[in-house]
Design a protein around this ligand. Sequence first.
Ligand code: SF4
Ligand code: SF4
Length: 227
Amino acid sequence: MRPTSVPEATLEEKQRLFAEVQGDIRFPEYLKGCYECGICVAACPSARFYNFSPRRITQAVARQDVELVWEQMNGEVWDCSQCFSCLRCPRGNNPGGVITILREVAVRNGLRSAKEALEGYGRIIYKIMGSGTQVSPDMIQPEAFPDWGPDTREVSANLELWRKALPPETLHTTSVSWDVAEKTLTELYLIWHMTGVLDMIKGIDVNLHTILGDVMEDLLEEQGYSV
Ligand code: SF4
Ligand code: SF4
């Protein structure tokens, strides 16, 4: 969900974050220029439902408009569904990829927008790290997913009824999940450590980071790794 307001920041801070975006190893591959043709907007599902435009973001970044990019990092970028339909850009850009970099910089720097946008996902991250699996139906609660619309309220209120009508896989809950091999979990934990994902989480949610650290360290030590 898009955060509601843009916080104050100095020009130097905005320039520093923009330099971090430009310094990303993927940046030259993702942004080569912009014809302003709008094909990315026509292909974009989020543009259909929100006041959102991958063209606007791509142009702001290409023009090095640090003020506008700061605004977008604190709002628009969180409306992207990361579907990458915009890869059909005739200039060879990857607008969704540019947005990914903007989001990652926001997360790494602990921007309030990142904290607000990711607030509802703490339980999902914990679930993945704890069991190697993703969302189970009992996690779909309206307060955790306020932007998923009225269906969330309806599903959570009548979960038992829905389960009678839907396939057996939906019977998974947060306490009954798929059986994931320890080797798979170990690999997952090591990847999160080595790619810096855990450090990113620390900047966003310290409590979640502590819990994840405890869960992961035990297993990694059992497997002979020191983290
Ligand atoms: S499709 Fe590519 S060239 Fe056209 S507006 Fe979007 S980013 Fe620019
Ligand atoms: S990746 Fe984002 S910007 Fe690109 S088409 Fe999908 S929702 Fe739109």
